[in-house]
Structures are given as C-alpha cells and as structure tokens.
Ligand binder design. Structure first.
Ligand code: ADP
Ligand code: ASP
Ligand code: MG
Length: 415
C-alpha cells in the first residue's frame, strides 16, 4: 500500500461539479489500495476576490487579519470535498492548517512552515479514512492563522508528504505537466517527461508559477518524489527528479517568464566606490528585494545604475531611489513598469558554449531590444519591453529547438 499526497489547485476545484470529479478520482485511488492525503486550494478566483474585499476596506489592512480572511477560501473546499467523499461512501476527515497542526513562523502572508504534527493524520489513515487538508495556511506560536504566500498549497502538499514520509506527492492542475514554457503563451510548448529539481527551482524562481518556489525547495531538501499531472485527464505528467543523466540532452529545458517586475534607473551618478550601496542600501533596509542589477560602464566619471523590483514594491523603491539620487546629484531617476523578464534555463548550459549569444541573436532577428541581462550557471535572463513578451518567447522556443514534439496542453473541455 502506497501513501500518496494529492494536491488539487483552484481550477480543479473551481465548481461544485469539479469537486465531485476530484472526489471520484480519490475514490478510484483508494480502490487501487493507496492511502490518500488530499490538499486543496480555494476555488479559482476566490483568493483574489477576498483580497479585493480587504482592499475595499483598507489600503493597509493588518496582515494577520488578511490571513484570517484568505484562509477561508480553502476552508470552503475542504468541507465540500469531504462531503463529496462521504456521499460516495468514502470516509474522510477535513482539517484546516491549524487543526493538523501545521506550525509556521509569524510572517503573515508569507509564513514558512516550521513543523507539522502528523499524528492525527496518521490515526485517520490507519482507520481507513482519507485526510483532506486546507492548503496555503498554518498557525503561529500565538495560535494565529498564517498563510504561505500565493500558490502556497503546493508547499503544503510537499511539506505534508515529507512529514508523513509519503511515497509520492502528486500536484494535480490544469495542465498535464511542466512544459518547456507556459503553454498559454506558446502553444507549441512541449511537456517535459522529467525536469531536475535545480532546473524546476530556477524556472519557478524566474516566474513559472506552475509550482510555488518553496514547494520545489522543500521537495529537493527532503527528497520528496514530486510529479505534476493533469486533474482532467490521465497521463504520466512530469517528474521532478535529481537525476539528469537520462533527461534529454537538451541545452535548454525551458523558458520562464516574469511579468511581476518593474525597472528603476538612477542615471548620471558619480562613478566611485560606495555609490551602488548608497542607492541599493536604503532599498534593502526597506525589505525590498532587488532582482536584476546593471551598472553601465563609466562615461566622464559618471555612471547609470538600473535594477528591477517587484511591482508591489515599485512606488516605495522609486521614492527611495529618488531620494538617494538627489543626494548623489543624479541627472535623472526614472522608472519603467512596462517590462518583462524572459529567461532560458537548463543544466546543459554550462557545458555548451554560445548559449547566450544564440539567445541574443534570436531576439535581435525579431528586432527586440534587450534592456538588461543577467546570467548564472544554468540560466540567462533578459529584460525587454512588455510588448515583446510573446514574440520573444516564441523566437527563443524555436531557436533552442524546443518546438519539436506534438504535445499541447488539453483544455479541460470534458469537465
Ligand atoms: P493551480 O491552480 O492548479 O495551482 P496554477 O495556475 O498555479 O494552477 O499553475 C498552472 C498554470 O501554470 C498553467 O495553467 C500554466 O498557464 C502556468 N505555467 C507557467 N509556466 C508553465 C510551465 N512551464 N509549464 C506548465 N504550466 C506553466
Ligand atoms: N488559494 C491560494 C492562491 O490562490 C493558494 C493556492 O492556490 O495555492 O494563491
Ligand atoms: Mg498554483
């Protein structure tokens, strides 16, 4: 008998009818002899709807109250799924994060899981019950509800799989695996049979939201066998694995997209030691994460410093940059919210020369101007104007031979 953790995302539990179909899948897995723990997200759109209500009341609502609000979305789906299972003669028990308990730190809205008590779940499984757990939430040392950041149900599932020493963790979603790039942007995207943890982590960090970054980190750290599959049709999905030996000999495994960043330039500042620190220090002190940073070659003893931050931090970062720019006598401080970061990712990259130049050539053929570049061992990222997003992704997909292969994501029409 295998113990499998299933996770169903928002689209998969988006209607009462779909919750019924999920229950059918779980009943089938039980009949197959598996022990099942299920993690569910809120119904699709619900977390956004709750967030919008909070913003109608306040521009700056207390973070712990926001978490109490957002966690209700998942409480609805665990109850409905447990009812649907009961209706099918399958005994189940539903748990909120706090009831499990899933203990976290107290960084509301992006809490980290510290510890999970597996005893109650274990007792249910031993009694032949299916365990249904609310994703995306936990409880801190003060007994207050926390949430794990958008997409956090993936992390709940992986963490439960680690705590229960499950045989596998299945992430069921609205695509049938991890693709070479977002299949909604590039219809020629191809499903990957396997992807390494390292590559998946890079893809997730660079903007591919098919898995939450922390879920991949957790799975890699605790060696949880992780698979992304479709809720709506049977298939092998994509295995996230350590081995890269028999992962196809591709230089590039995938292309990631990040639409959440904005760019800030502090132009014409003196080119002398400490200047980057004077600009970026206050931004770091405000707890704002800076991503890509580029400093131009000095001209006439002055230089330009350009960097990107998340959209949500843009206004604050721009104000801080204006302040330090003024102190440093900058010629201009400018912002640009109309950008996108496109990254190519692949562990094969470090053994192949010329990957970056092939990327730049493909973009230049399409007349796409590169605003910023950043590289690491297994990725090259470029920042370009947002209007070039689709053209850029498609050009790179073709240039790196990712187009070959018949697979396209199937819409869940039958549902
Ligand atoms: P869920 O609600 O099930 O958690 P998400 O919307 O979080 O689903 O993640 C699935 C979506 O991720 C897909 O619909 C797809 O548009 C997007 N996506 C982005 N990059 C990729 C990729 N490389 N492979 C597959 N899906 C991707
Ligand atoms: N409901 C949460 C969200 O929309 C968590 C999740 O779906 O994983 O981000
Ligand atoms: Mg998700």
């Amino acid at each position: 008998m295998a113990l499998i953790v299933h996770k169903y995302g928002g689209t998969s539990v988006g209607t009462v009818e779909r919750i019924g179909r999920v229950a059918d899948k779980i009943v089938a897995a039980r009949e197959n002899g598996d022990e099942i723990v299920v993690v569910v997200s809120a119904m699709s759109g619900e977390t956004d709807r709750l967030t919008a209500m909070a913003s109608e009341i306040s521009d700056n609502p207390p973070a712990h109250d926001v978490d109490v609000l957002l966690s209700t979305g998942e409480q609805v789906t665990i109850a409905l799924l447990a009812m649907a299972l009961h209706e099918r003669g399958c005994e189940a028990r539903s748990y909120t994060g706090a009831q499990v308990p899933i203990r976290t730190d107290n960084t509301y809205s992006k809490a980290r899981i510290r510890e999970i008590g597996p005893e109650r779940m274990r007792a249910d499984l031993d009694a032949g019950r299916v365990v249904v757990v609310a994703g995306f939430q936990g409880v801190d040392d003060d007994g207050r509800i926390t949430t794990l950041g958008r997409g956090g149900s993936d992390t709940t599932a992986v963490a439960l799989a680690a705590a229960l020493k499950a045989d596998e963790c299945h992430i069921y979603t609205d695509v049938d695996g991890v693709y070479t790039t977002d299949p909604r942007i590039e219809p020629k995207a191809k499903r990957l049979e396997k992807i390494t943890f390292e590559e998946m982590l890079e893809m997730a960090s660079l903007g591919s939201k098919v898995l939450q970054i922390r879920a991949v980190e957790f799975a890699g750290k605790y060696n949880v066998p992780l698979r992304v599959l479709s809720t709506f049709e049977d298939g092998p999905g994509t295995l996230i694995t350590y081995e890269d030996g028999d992962v196809e000999e591709a230089v590039i495994s995938g292309i990631a997209l990040n639409k959440d960043e904005a760019q800030i330039t502090v132009a014409g500042i003196p080119d002398k030691p400490g200047v980057a620190f004077r600009v970026l220090g206050p931004i770091a002190d405000a707890n704002i994460e800076v991503d890509v940073i580029v400093q131009n070659v000095s001209r006439d003893g002055s230089t330009d410093l350009t960097f990107t931050v998340h959209h949500r931090d843009y206004d604050q970062a721009l104000a801080l940059a204006r302040k330090s720019g003024e102190e440093l006598g900058a010629r201009e401080v400018a912002g640009n919210t109309d950008i996108v970061k496109i990254s190519i990712v692949g562990v094969g990259m470090h053994s192949h020369a010329g990957v970056a130049s092939r990327m730049f050539e493909a973009l230049s053929r399409e007349g796409i101007n590169i605003l910023m570049i950043s590289t690491s061992e297994i990725k090259v990222s470029v920042v370009v104007q947002a209007r070039y997003m689709e053209l850029g992704v498609r050009a790179l997909h073709e240039a790196f031979g990712l187009d070959t292969g018949p697979v396209t994501p199937d819409e869940p029409e039958s549902w």
